[in-house]
Design a protein around this ligand. Structure first.
Ligand SMILES: CC(C)(COP(=O)(O)OP(=O)(O)OC[C@H]1O[C@@H](n2cnc3c(N)ncnc32)[C@H](O)[C@@H]1OP(=O)(O)O)[C@@H](O)C(=O)NCCC(=O)NCCS
Length: 171
C-alpha cells in the first residue's frame, strides 16, 4: 500500500517487533498520550504479534526503511459469542517526529478498509480525556463522542478520565 511518497503501509510481522516497540515505548515514555505506563520489550512485542488472533492486525508505516507509526485493530469484545463481532477497537501511535503529516490519516484509511474486509462495521475506542491530540485526530476521521468515564484508568498511579468514541465504517 502506498500512503504518500516515501511512505508505505503494510501488515506487521513478528520481525517488526523492534520497530513497533520503539514507537510504542516512545509514546509511553512521553507520559501524556497513552493509557499505558509500562514499556514493552522487543520479545514481548514479538510474542504479541505472533499470537495475534485471526481478526486482529497491526498496520505499520515505514519511511526510509524504518517503522515510524503503527495502528492496531482488534475485536472490541472477546467474551461474547457473536453479538459484538461487528465492533472493532483501534489504537494509533505515530513517532513524535512524524506527526501532523498525514501518517495517522493514511493508516486509518488502510485500517478501515481492512476492518471492513474482516466483517467489522464500526470502530469503538477510547482515549485519555486529556489527550487533545488524539481527540482532534479521531474527530477529523469522523469519530463521534459516546461519553466519558471518570477515573477510569490509573496511569503511573494517577487516575485519568477516559472518553469513548465510535465511527461507523459503512456510513
Ligand atoms: C494522535 C496521532 C495518532 C495523530 O497522528 P498524525 O499522523 O499526527 O495525524 P495526521 O497528521 O494524519 O492528522 C490528520 C488530521 O487529524 C487532526 N489532528 C491530528 N493531530 C491533531 C492534533 N494534535 N490536534 C488537533 N487535530 C489533530 C487534524 O485535523 C489532521 O489534519 P491536518 O493536519 O490537515 O489539520 C498522533 O498525534 C500520535 O501518535 N499521538 C501520540 C499517541 C496517541 O495519542 N495515540 C492515540 C491514542 S488514543
Amino acid at each position: 500500500m502506498n500512503a504518500s511518497p516515501g511512505i508505505s503501509i503494510r501488515r506487521a510481522t513478528p520481525d517488526d517487533a523492534a520497530g513497533v516497540a520503539a514507537v510504542l515505548n516512545g509514546v509511553i515514555a512521553g507520559g501524556r498520550h497513552s493509557l499505558l505506563d509500562t514499556p514493552f520489550t522487543v520479545a514481548e512485542e514479538r510474542a504479541y504479534i505472533e499470537a495475534l488472533p485471526e481478526r486482529s492486525f497491526i498496520h505499520v508505516t515505514e519511511a526510509a526503511g524504518r517503522i515510524i507509526a503503527f495502528q492496531t485493530v482488534d475485536p472490541w469484545s472477546t467474551f461474547t459469542t457473536r453479538e459484538l463481532d461487528h465492533v472493532a477497537t483501534m489504537g494509533t501511535y505515530v513517532d513524535a517526529g512524524h506527526r501532523r503529516r498525514g501518517v495517522g490519516a493514511a493508516l486509518a484509511a488502510a485500517s478501515f478498509a481492512a476492518a471492513l474486509d474482516l466483517g467489522y462495521e464500526k470502530i469503538f475506542t477510547d482515549l485519555r480525556a486529556d489527550n487533545l491530540d488524539s481527540l482532534g485526530y479521531h474527530l477529523a476521521l469522523g469519530f463521534t463522542i459516546v461519553g466519558a468515564a471518570r477515573r477510569h484508568a490509573r496511569v503511573a498511579g494517577r487516575d485519568i478520565d477516559v472518553i469513548f468514541i465510535e465511527r461507523f465504517l459503512k456510513g
